[in-house]
Design a protein around this ligand. Structure first.
Ligand code: GAF
Length: 383
């Protein structure tokens, strides 16, 4: 399925090096519901997808390493003895950050060469960043027999994102990318970091993504700001995380916080409930309720948590007008990327035509539409 991506990476590697590379695939993810709940120790409902990163590794026989990003046509050279962050937003920080975190845990890491490429649409909110981090952690673990467990690797990837990329993300993306199971979504408890797999078969319905093809620049700082608000409210409530709060608890401090921040915390508490209710709806095969919860999630993300944008809101509003779509919402951190839609299979073709035309008329640019195939998590490619 990703054969052309694998071939591209192998060919590129062969033009640079003479060994047979160790090949890793690491997927991106979707999230059915449970947004901005992961760093509040709550529930999320993600799944790995069949789009991701392919990385080819070899040990280096010198005291230098290299990482080549085919998609940026750029190579960085470094020594694993001496790692420091590059300028903000450089893709190399995902690679170097993982090395730095592995070193904290394992001491020295040998030098290596890696070449990688991906097919996750840029800015789609499907977490190409977690896919890249996991591919590096998994690749180095295999190459140098570091003995890291997958649980340790996802924490390494998450810390790389905190310390080298500057986004204080939760664990959802790294978990879903590492532990994904073909045809399943994972109800992940972000406190215990354990998940319950749900087989996804919506019969006459399917999940469809619509990419706004925008990424508003605010996103990283706004993300970190939201996280601090949640942490400071937890502190006021004397609890570990908002996962431990009820709406009644929050009510007790209502006059001590701004209305804006009160609404943000309320959103997290309600979104966490929605994620749990969604798992029940899924078990009962109650797609109507699942769809309502998904619409409810968007409403909260738009009005309470304020991480949506005009393009996402427009797409969700268009979905609401179509009675063949049971639910739609923005997915991921926000400020751009995709909506996820629970749509009748019979309605997909007409809706695609309509939404493509309407979006173009409204915003003067194209949206992109993808159907979703759920895949296994990060692993070795054996051919
Ligand atoms: C981003 C983060 F990386 C995740 O940890 C999660 O918080 C998500 O935004 C919002 O649910 O993808």
């Amino acid at each position: 399925m990703n054969q052309s991506l694998i071939n591209k990476v192998k060919q590129n590697f062969t033009t640079r090096f003479t060994t047979n590379p160790l090949l890793i695939f690491s997927p991106g993810r979707i999230n059915i519901i449970g947004e901005h709940t992961d760093y509040n120790d709550g529930f999320v409902f993600p799944a790995a997808v069949n789009k991701g990163i392919v990385a080819a590794f070899e040990k280096s026989d010198s005291n230098t390493s290299s990482a080549h990003a085919i998609d940026f046509d750029e190579t960085i050279k470094f020594s694993t003895d001496d790692i420091s962050p590059l300028e903000k937003e450089h893709w190399g920080n995902y690679v170097l950050g993982v090395i730095a975190e592995i070193k904290k845990k394992k001491g020295d890491v040998g030098n290596f060469n890696v070449v990688f490429s991906g097919n996750i649409p840029a800015g789609s909110g499907m977490s190409s960043s977690a896919a890249l981090e996991n591919s590096i952690a998994f690749g180095l673990n295999s190459l140098f027999n570091l003995g890291l467990t997958k649980q340790e690797m996802i924490l390494i990837s998450q810390q790389a994102e905190h310390n080298y990329v500057g986004v204080k993300c939760g664990i959802m993306d790294q978990y879903a990318s590492m532990f994904g199971i073909k045809d399943h979504a994972l109800l992940l408890d972000c406190r215990s970091v354990e998940a319950k797999p749900f087989k996804i078969d919506f019969e006459d319905y399917e999940l469809m993504l619509i990419n706004t093809n925008v990424k508003h620049s605010l996103s990283d700082s706004a993300y970190n700001d939201r996280r601090s608000v949640c942490e400071s409210i937890s502190e006021m409530l004397n609890i570990k995380a908002l996962r431990d709060a009820t709406e009644a608890d929050l009510e007790t401090i209502k006059d001590k916080v701004s209305e804006e921040n009160y609404q943000k915390a309320l959103f997290v508490i309600q979104e966490n409930q929605r994620a749990e209710q969604a798992s029940k709806a899924m078990t009962d095969g109650d797609l109507k309720t699942l769809g309502e919860l998904i619409y409810g999630s968007h409403n909260g993300l738009q009005h309470q948590y304020k991480v949506s944008c005009d393009e996402l809101d427009y797409l969700v509003d268009q979905s609401k007008e179509n009675d063949q779509i049971l639910g739609a919402r923005m997915m991921g951190g926000g400020f751009g990327g995709c909506t996820i839609n629970l749509i009748a299979k019979s309605a997909v073709s007409d809706f695609k035509t309509k939404i493509s035309k309407n979006y173009k008329n409204k915003f003067g640019k194209d949206c992109s539409i993808y159907s979703v195939e759920l895949s296994d998590g990060t692993g070795l490619i054996t051919e």
